[in-house]
Ligand binder design. Structure first.
Ligand SMILES: [Zn+2]
Ligand SMILES: [Zn+2]
Length: 258
């Protein structure tokens, strides 16, 4: 879940928490877009100087709603060469978990950015998916993350390669399993052109075959999106064979029955 500090979400953490209680959730986590080393890298994340303010907003929600477990986390962009910066971020606060996400397939193209949709027309879809999954595999191998976010994000706009992406998924998931990492079921995909949870059933089946643990996220950018479509996500997980999900505290994982 996000906060207004990332400049494309609305509502304060206290508003998300209130909505979570109304939705019957017992535990939530904030994982706003992490700052980059350079504040001018893009325009959809908090500034480096706002990290403490972000933590304070989450702490305020924890204090306001003691009946709800609220975890402090970040959605961290993985780009090759940024590992040192990610380690620095990890040391700055007692985070409960880090979600590692790939949005960038180059230093300048964030593939899920609607403002850059025209970039897709200049490239072969499979080439983009290949680079994306290579980076996602590196993210898993880095050992910097507890959870890998929205694993098949390139499908967001409904642009899909005709080629078989199975081998890309397999290489990625082998790395996830080896690194003892999780993947998330992210319901935001249902709100996008692809109209599908991230990841697809195919990818999730391959994850289950490797005993890769899962978490659930609504990727809420507004309070009313908290926990949205979780029943569909749980249904998908169960239908693939999953009986457990995970929770995190201070970057320690615990399995919970689904
Ligand atoms: Zn966002
Ligand atoms: Zn993301």
């Amino acid at each position: 879940m996000h906060t207004p500090l990332c400049r494309h979400a609305t509502g304060e953490p206290v508003d998300y928490a209130r909505h979570a209680i109304e939705a019957g959730l017992t535990e939530i986590g904030f994982s706003d877009h992490s700052p980059m080393l350079r504040d001018d890298f893009d325009n959809w994340r908090m500034f480096n100087s706002q990290l403490d303010e972000y933590v304070a907003k989450v702490r305020l929600a924890q204090k306001t709603f003691p009946e709800l477990t609220i975890r402090l986390a970040l959605e961290v962009d993985f780009l090759p060469g940024h590992e040192g910066w990610i380690r620095e971020l990890a040391a700055r606060h007692p985070w409960d978990y880090f979600i590692g996400s790939v949005h960038y397939v180059s230093e300048s193209w964030d593939i899920d950015n609607p403002a850059k949709l025209s970039e897709w027309k200049k490239r072969d879809a499979f080439e983009v998916w290949k680079i994306y999954f290579e980076r996602l595999t590196q993210a898993a191998e880095s050992g910097l993350f507890d959870i890998i976010g929205h694993a098949d994000l390139p499908k967001k706009f409904g642009i899909r390669p005709v080629q078989d992406c199975g081998p890309l998924y397999d290489t990625f998931l082998d790395a996830v399993a080896k690194a003892n990492c999780c993947i998330e079921l992210n319901t935001a995909g249902l709100r996008k052109d692809c109209k599908e949870i991230y990841p697809s059933r195919d990818l999730l089946q391959r994850a289950f075959a490797r005993h890769v643990p899962i978490t659930f996220g609504s990727d809420a950018h507004a309070p009313e999106e908290v926990g949205m479509n979780f029943s569909e996500a749980i249904e998908l997980a169960r239908s693939v064979g999953y009986a457990e999900t995970c929770r995190f505290q201070q970057r320690q994982r615990e399995a919970v029955w689904l």
